[in-house]
Design a protein around this ligand. Structure first.
Ligand SMILES: Cc1cc2nc3c(=O)[nH]c(=O)nc-3n(C[C@H](O)[C@H](O)[C@H](O)COP(=O)(O)OP(=O)(O)OC[C@H]3O[C@@H](n4cnc5c(N)ncnc54)[C@H](O)[C@@H]3O)c2cc1C
Length: 386
């Protein structure tokens, strides 16, 4: 357990809950005002070990089981999901690919600093012409004598690009290929000559999180930046991280739904119209109850996936796709009801948290595999046996 500070996971969870419910929730307005997560708050995330939750203890992380990570996410993500975005690309998309596919030297180089929050990983897969169809990406990596590689290409929507110390870059090493077989993964230090990062575009929500264009202009990287020293495993490595990240996103949706339910329930209990609390009107009660029931279903789905994840090597791909699909759609429905329950206050950005939460959660149906992509994966898997 983290530096021996906490006796067991339950104590650690309690400390994370307290951090989220006090400092983080009360500081949410700073995220948009300062267009980023102020460093004192990032330090609070570092100090409590959040950058290391998924990294094994031998590399300095907390080595939490997936069930523990998911339970922690339910609690932590009752505060703005922008906080989570600051360490999500490190704990999921990058560190998990390194753990499963990198050489021991690469693990030693990156994981201990990632666990301490001193090395932020960013995951560079998406391009202008390859979004959901990630296997069609065009960024290239060409051999440069025996000494290394030259990476050229344009990536976009890369979360934490301005904060990154290292990019996990997916690039095509086999120019004759058109699909995923010819794609390899590279660990590219952010200071490498030829990397340019665009200004963060303004987004519908998640103010304070940055998802940018990144250009690799004839970037020379050493031979040992190829993950695990093997070509052609780029999308496999990406998928490993993405499975982890998808389950974390599903758990994030549950945390955000718990918060939205608390906001709307408090209002429905206190706001009186026609001489009684509005929560006593059947239509309002139905919106509260449906939200609670759907959140509880999402929570159970996440825990079930996490337990399967912990039980063996076979990551439950289809169950994780179902959890990502269900929970991201669920939290959007809950957010919409929260706006409705709160009436005009649900629409007033400066007077209530709900409009911001409503805008933030819309993202979850798009990234880490959009809902339609999850539906396609699930249906294809269902039909395979017939
Ligand atoms: C805030 C934010 C942060 C992000 N962070 C990262 C990051 O850190 N690293 C990274 O690499 N990427 C990141 N992404 C990219 C994200 O993963 C992609 O946006 C996502 O995969 C969708 O790709 P696209 O935007 O190109 O949409 P498209 O693929 O063009 O999809 C558009 C629409 O078509 C639908 N569609 C596509 N294919 C099918 C199909 N086969 N069947 C049915 N419908 C389909 C989609 O569901 C969607 O509704 C981020 C995106 C956002 C918005």
């Amino acid at each position: 357990m983290i530096l021996g500070t906490y006796k067991n996971f339950e104590e650690y969870l309690k400390a994370v809950r307290e951090l989220s419910q006090t400092l983080l929730i009360s500081s949410e307005n700073r995220l948009s005002l300062e267009d980023g997560i102020p460093e004192d708050l990032v330090n609070a995330l570092r100090d409590i070990g959040l950058f290391g939750i998924s990294i094994p203890a031998e590399y300095g992380g907390l080595g939490l089981s997936m069930e523990e990570q998911v339970r922690l996410t339910f609690e932590f993500c009752q505060a703005s999901c922008v906080y989570r975005s600051r360490f999500s690309t490190t704990i999921g998309l990058t560190s998990q690919a390194i753990l499963d596919f990198a050489s021991e030297g690469q693990k030693e180089k990156y994981l201990p600093n990632m666990a301490k929050g001193l090395c932020t990983g960013a995951f560079a897969l998406t391009e202008v012409e390859s979004g959901s169809d990630a296997g069609s990406l065009k960024t290239s990596a060409k051999r440069h004598g025996n000494d290394g590689w030259i990476i050229s290409g344009e990536k976009r929507y890369i979360t934490n690009a301005p904060q990154a110390d290292v990019f996990l870059v997916m690039a095509r090493t086999d120019p004759t290929s058109t699909g995923s077989d010819g794609i390899s993964a590279f660990l590219v230090d952010a200071g490498t000559v030829g990397i340019k990062i665009g200004d963060p575009p303004r987004m519908l929500g998640n103010e304070g999180s940055h998802a940018c264009y990144v250009w690799f202009e004839n970037c020379e990287v050493p031979a040992d930046s190829l993950v695990g020293g093997q070509e052609g495993r780029g999308l496999k490595a990406a998928l490993r991280g993405i499975n982890h990240a998808r389950l974390h996103v599903a758990a994030t949706c549950v945390g955000q739904a718990i918060r939205l339910i608390a906001e709307m329930t408090e209002y429905a209990s206190q706001r009186e119209q026609f001489g009684k609390p509005i929560g006593e009107f059947g239509q309002i009660a139905a919106m509260l109850a449906d939200s609670q029931a759907e959140m509880a279903a999402g929570r159970s789905l996440c825990l079930d996936c996490a337990r399967q994840f912990d039980a063996g090597d076979n990551i439950p791909f289809i169950d994780i796709a179902s959890a990502k699909l269900f929970c991201s759609e669920m939290v959007s429905r809950v957010a919409d009801r929260a706006v409705q329950v709160m009436g005009g206050l649900g629409y007033m950005e400066d007077l209530s948290n709900v409009p911001r939460l409503f805008r933030d959660v819309r993202l979850f149906r798009i990234f880490e595999g959009a809902s339609q992509v999850q539906q396609g994966n699930i249906a294809r898997s269902m039909m395979r046996g017939y």
